[in-house]
Design a protein around this ligand. Structure first.
Ligand SMILES: [Zn+2]
Length: 244
């Protein structure tokens, strides 16, 4: 009798454990990550900082010529960007940030939240503390982070090529030393100069799909040796030698 009771108790415990595992799998975050762990899966209609964290990482997937708002609101533009991200990475295209989509983002991000193929040091060859620009050091660094996520999308779209950044954030001092315009987006951390291969025209053309609405390249004064990609309030792109 005692043994039988024990056996039943053990069986009950097993059942309880099994349902606990199921419950955990459904409700818990997709995956622990040293950078950021989403507390829930996301879909259209949701709002919050976790939505904004998603938007940062899919900012390279807006509509052509558009810039995805980092407003923490999972609206139609965010849903469409998630769909493009899913399409680009061969995932199920449903516009929702579920385990597969967040899992892919976890794969793509480094411990400091930069995308796998770019680093803060590439986006700041000017100083070590992001100071001296048009915005606070933390804002400049954040802006540079978003630029990197856009470039990550772009490099993947170009066939996982390396993209070379010759200049990213600049303090006013660094900017004037290289003869940059005082109103340059470089002093905000919002710009990157791209050089080398793929060709400057390939980079200029492709960047139109990845959240850059200020693009200056070959044929534009002083831009025959690099393509400048940035974000500003209005759309302006000019690279006459590339047909842009
Ligand atoms: Zn530039």
């Amino acid at each position: 009798m005692f043994r039988r009771t024990l056996r039943i108790a053990a069986a009950l415990l097993l059942t309880a454990t099994a349902s606990l595992v199921v419950a955990t799998t459904t409700a818990a975050p997709a995956q622990a990550d040293t950078c950021y762990t989403w507390p829930r899966y996301l879909h259209a209609g949701m709002t919050g900082d976790d939505v904004r964290q998603l938007q940062i990482r899919i900012s390279g997937y807006p509509a052509y010529g558009q810039v995805l708002a980092l407003d923490g609101s999972y609206g139609p533009a965010t849903e469409a960007a998630v769909r493009r991200f899913q399409q680009a990475w061969g995932l199920t295209v449903d516009g929702k940030a579920g385990p597969q989509t967040l899992g892919k983002i976890y794969d793509l991000q480094d411990g400091d939240c930069t995308p796998a193929n770019f680093s803060y040091s590439e986006m700041n060859r000017c100083n070590s503390d992001w100071s001296g620009g048009a915005v606070s050091a933390s804002t400049a660094k954040f802006n540079a982070l978003v630029v990197m996520w856009k470039l990550e999308a772009m490099r993947h779209a170009l066939g996982d090529v390396s993209i070379n950044i010759s200049s990213g954030f600049r303090s006013y001092a660094c900017n004037s030393a290289v003869g940059g315009s005082p109103t340059s987006k470089h002093v905000y951390g919002l710009a990157a100069d791209l050089i080398g291969r793929p060709s400057l025209c390939t980079l200029a053309k492709q960047s139109r799909y990845h959240g850059f609405n200020l693009i200056l390249g070959p044929g534009y004064p002083d831009h025959n040796d690099h393509t400048h990609v940035a974000t500003q309030t209005n759309l302006y792109w000019e690279a006459p030698s590339c047909g842009i």
